[in-house]
Design a protein around this ligand. Sequence first.
Ligand code: EPU
Length: 435
Amino acid sequence: MDAFVIHGARRLKGTATVSGSKNASLPIMAAALLSSDGELILHDVPHLSDISNMGRLLVELGCEVSHEAGPGSAGGAMRIRVVDEMNSHARYDVVRTMRASVCVLGPLLAKRGHAKVSMPGGCAIGERPIDLHLRGLEALGADVRLDSGDISVKAKKLRGARVFLGGPFGSTVLGTINVMSAATLAEGTTIIEQAACEPEVVDCADVLNAMGAHIRGAGSPRVTVEGVKELHGAEHRIIADRIEAGTLILTAAITNGDVRIENCPIDALTALLAALNDIGVSVEPENGSVNPMRATVSVSSSRRLEPTTVTTQPHPGFPTDLQAQLMALLCLADGNSIITEKIFPERFLHVAELSRMGAHLYRQGPTVVISGIKKLIGAPVMASDLRASAGLVMAGLAAKGVTTVNRVYHLDRGYEKLELKLQKLGAEIERVAGQ
Ligand code: EPU
């Protein structure tokens, strides 16, 4: 297992480019299973271990998948074509390495009439049930059973229905995408209420529409799908990764850097920008940035960071996937900040590790009080979640001394060439082979 060794306390300067979105790419790749004819060609799919795992799963499910190496940090084109519909079983071996495998459930059910997907277990960020996905598919007429740890879904014909997808923590991103994907081939109209409004849902709906589906309202809490007989290949450029963009912005801020970020989806980051405004970090789009989902921005901050209060919420609220990184920044604010996690109330693996670096953090349930300190001190740390690891890398870049972040395979799941992008900004960060 590789580790990152970071010599911190250096101001980052220069330009970084945001890659294509991991969380948009994964369900869109799964949507290729719905096609009766032609190739799905996707541009800007990032080169990440989660993406190659999804590619392997699609191969097991009868697809041909290729992924070109891209120029610079842009992921090259991915091509997916269905050649054989015999196997509809996503095995435990694959699902356990990547929860997003659950996205094949809706497409397989709609196209092949049945699917078996190993029930995903809990993961490092807490319990992650899929009851809402199943409730939605049942409403479309699927018979759902649990069979030796596999979820088995079957339907001769799916029929459009009105489906409510709200749960105790709000909407569900992959659940909305699963039900929306399945509904594209159902007979009649499906209306999804309390649909997730995340940009990844919109990107997936755009791809499905390019494949011949009729979806309206994606990005709002009500999504309407008129079923069609079949879908075909299409070509699409994946949206920029809002979480990588947010992580780079917060990294610039924590190192008191002066950084330009290209391909930055500011339109999808309003809650982060509002929090940064309170903290005293400026994120200015450059003149001529006409597309707010692919802007170029300059990040700079005052030396004194103000404390703030943030609660994670479904989009357009503050994203849970930036909570750990924001916490790292607030460790250095001048006063007490409060973060409350409303999506995954156990997602605090970084708290104990940041404390090892001198942070003053007090957790009670889903809330952490962060008492700002003057300096973080480098230390060996370990995290078992992708975004927690990103928060620790940020802390290491700001800290005095040397920080070793162990188990960087978590970062390789979700950040394309992170250490290279940071080195280009002047960070002293090196990948070393773990013991
Ligand atoms: N939930 C239920 N029942 C369900 C589904 C979800 O109760 O059937 C709950 C979850 O336990 C959670 C909340 O609803 O409390 C929201 O979960 P959601 O279903 O939206 O999460 P997801 O779709 O499984 C995606 C991202 C996550 C991101 C969440 C929330 C992908 C591949 N994953 O997961 O990303 O944190 O949405 O925005 O898109 C990451 O990239 O690091 C990551 C974990």
